[in-house]
Ligand binder design. Structure first.
Ligand SMILES: C[S@@+](CC[C@H](N)C(=O)[O-])C[C@H]1O[C@@H](n2cnc3c(N)ncnc32)[C@H](O)[C@@H]1O
Ligand code: SF4
Length: 461
């Protein structure tokens, strides 16, 4: 596949409307409460017949302090005594969930996210992994993808060594920006030394892939200031980088109200930051994977993209395509057979369900055949920037030009603008369309057509 990405300011301005990130299709907006624990159980039964491998996601919602930009599902608290009652319910959920799946099924992917998983003490981290191993059959280190999100302010070399012993082989580090003024404005004071100490420890413990999270569009950032952060990150050569766009939606995310809008960089400055970031990362040898993600060419994400085996789910990009995903913890989303199911979003409700011996799944969706077909098309485009039409027709027994007549119409204008090429064999997203891949995917989204007005998704820029 032709690599690369080209930055066309005019096109980005013209096409950049808010849209989903397609970690799921249909998106969570379509989930409803008619999908309940009973529907979830039935999906688990069907999925056992498939024997597919499993992926486990654990959500640890707590953070010691709140970063003002944060859009994650988290609970900011200094009260570490909240962890044991939470874990007690997670263990109950582990027991209930594991009863629903055949013991022979292997867990090939495990991810702890948050909030901040390293909010937990060493003993709690150990206990959680031990409990997981008691209930599930985890693949060996050579096959399994075991990853954890780490806040470097909440970790040290001993903690990193422990995580490796527990089985983790990948991590992502929240950095965002090294500039002290930016850090102050977003209430995330984190020295470069703290970050580098964790990164070095991860290297010496043999973590296979280290990813760094940065955000552009934060208060007081300028192209020059962000370039300084980027240089320091490039110097330590992480395998992967996520460069997220800060979406300022203070009506939706309360902590963002503490960010002074006048301090935010103007849209032109944000575009400048994005452009120079892409250029610098490309020059430094990174490959654009898509949707804010970059990887070194020898990293397995980049290799999987080259080989056509890359996949995307709630945990982001992955090399494990066909897993059923079990989401554990408050707010977690699972993907089982042809369904998505989400756990309760409030701690009290989550605890109440588990204390009563009930699965905490409270809403979700059962995908129709049309949903499954469209999800497949969106996944192919997001992961590979191309869609092989004969293979899609064979996979779903459809005539592509008939089934997707509407989508093809929408793509025609984009093709005229050089975002993509379409012929009888392939849809191919060109380098200048790659930053706008989600806008291209929106052509295949049957739910957007029925919506009017703002839909609460973020933009590329
Ligand atoms: C759950 S946090 C990572 C773990 C840990 N809590 C930390 O912050 O280091 C996930 C990542 O989401 C990104 N993020 C959070 N809120 C964001 C926002 N409003 N816009 C863009 N990225 C955001 C940050 O880069 C953050 O590192
Ligand atoms: S960015 Fe991470 S540490 Fe900061 S509030 Fe969000 S989840 Fe917590």
């Amino acid at each position: 596949m032709e690599q690369g990405i080209s930055f066309d300011l005019d096109l980005i301005r013209r096409y950049d409307q808010s849209g989903p990130r397609y970690t799921s299709y249909p998106t969570a907006v379509e989930f409803d409460e008619s999908f309940d624990a009973a529907a979830y159980r039935a999906a688990c039964e069907r999925s056992n017949h498939s024997g597919r491998p499993l992926s486990l996601y654990f959500h640890i919602p707590f953070c010691d302090t709140v970063c003002f930009y944060c859009a994650c599902n988290k609970i900011a608290t200094k009260d570490r005594s909240l962890a044991p009652p939470y874990l007690e319910r997670v263990y109950k959920e582990l027991a209930l969930q594991s009863e629903l799946v055949d013991k022979s099924r292997v867990v090939e992917q495990l991810h702890w996210g948050g909030g901040t998983p390293t909010f937990l003490s060493h003993a709690q981290l150990t206990e959680l992994m031990d409990a997981t191993r008691r209930h599930f059959n985890l693949a060996g280190d050579d096959v399994g993808e075991y990853s954890i999100e780490i806040d470097p302010r909440e970790a040290d070399a001993a903690g990193v060594a422990l995580l490796r012993r527990l089985g983790f082989n990948r991590m992502s580090l929240g950095v965002q920006d090294f500039d002290p003024r930016v850090q102050q404005a977003v209430n995330r004071i984190q020295t470069e030394a703290e970050t580098m100490a964790v990164l070095e420890a991860a290297r010496s413990e043999g973590f296979r892939s280290i990813s760094i999270d940065l955000i552009y569009g934060l208060p007081f950032q300028t192209p020059e200031s962000f370039a300084r952060t980027l240089e320091r990150i490039i110097a330590v050569d992480p395998e992967r980088l996520s460069v997220f766009n800060y979406a300022h939606l203070p009506e939706r995310f309360k902590p963002q109200r503490r960010i002074n809008e006048a301090d935010l960089p103007a849209p032109e400055a944000k575009l400048d930051i994005l452009q120079s970031t892409i250029e610098r990362l490309t020059e430094a040898g990174y490959v654009y994977i898509g949707m804010d993600h970059f990887a070194r060419p020898d990293d397995e994400l980049a290799r999987a993209q080259q080989a056509g085996t890359l996949y995307r789910n709630f945990q982001g990009y992955s090399t494990h395509a066909d897993c059923d995903l079990i989401g554990i913890g408050v707010t977690s989303i699972g993907k089982i057979d042809n369904t998505y199911g989400q756990n309760r979003r409030g701690l009290e409700e989550y605890y109440a369900d588990l204390d009563a011996g009930r699965l905490p799944v409270f809403r979700g969706i059962e995908l129709t055949r049309d949903d499954l077909i469209r999800r497949d098309m969106i996944t192919r485009l997001i992961c590979h920037f191309e869609l092989d039409i004969p293979s899609a027709e064979a996979a779903w027994d459809i005539r592509f030009d008939e089934y997707f007549a509407d989508a093809l119409m929408k793509l025609r204008d984009m093709a005229g603008d050089g975002l993509l090429e379409v012929d009888a064999q392939k849809i191919r997203i060109l380098p200048r369309g790659r930053l706008l891949v989600r806008n291209i995917c929106m052509a295949f989204d049957a739910y957007l057509a029925t919506k009017t007005g703002p839909i609460g998704f973020s933009k590329v820029i």
